[in-house]
Design a protein around this ligand. Sequence first.
Ligand code: HEC
Length: 133
Amino acid sequence: MKILFSRWALSAVVLAAASAQVFAVTPAEQLAAYTVLAGSPPQPVRGQQIFTTKHGKEWSCSSCHTAIPTVNGKHASTGKVIGPMAPAFNAERFTDSAKTEKWFRRNCNDVMGRECTAAEKADVLSWLLTLKR
Ligand code: HEC
């Protein structure tokens, strides 16, 4: 019963965050929220696979974010510089859940032709959090 309640509470936080304009959080809090929605522990190795491989379309996540995203990336079509994705190398990463949700939606659609599941988001974020200085 207690577990059930905390699942509900965290889901409510995620929903509130998704609809808020700006909602300051930490990368660890966003990972916790995605993990609750996924219903199983995140798998960093699977996150790396998702990030670095193509999914039937032109780009992988790495095409813009690099394969080891501790460094700047570069937009595959516009050439614009993109700051490092790993939170340890970019303090702004995953600190605004509305921004995170917006870009997961857009980029998963570009790369996979669909939105990422909560489990896939948890896997990717858990892998990014393993990249340390
Ligand atoms: C065509 C280029 C491109 C591709 C491919 C791409 N991204 Fe991105 N991504 C961007 C840009 C541009 C931004 C926004 C600029 C920024 O945040 O520095 C961004 C931002 C993000 C963010 C926001 C992070 C935060 O700070 O909250 C996430 C999450 C993200 N991308 C995940 C992915 C994932 C997962 C994939 C693969 C499924 C992917 N991206 C593929 C260009 C790309």
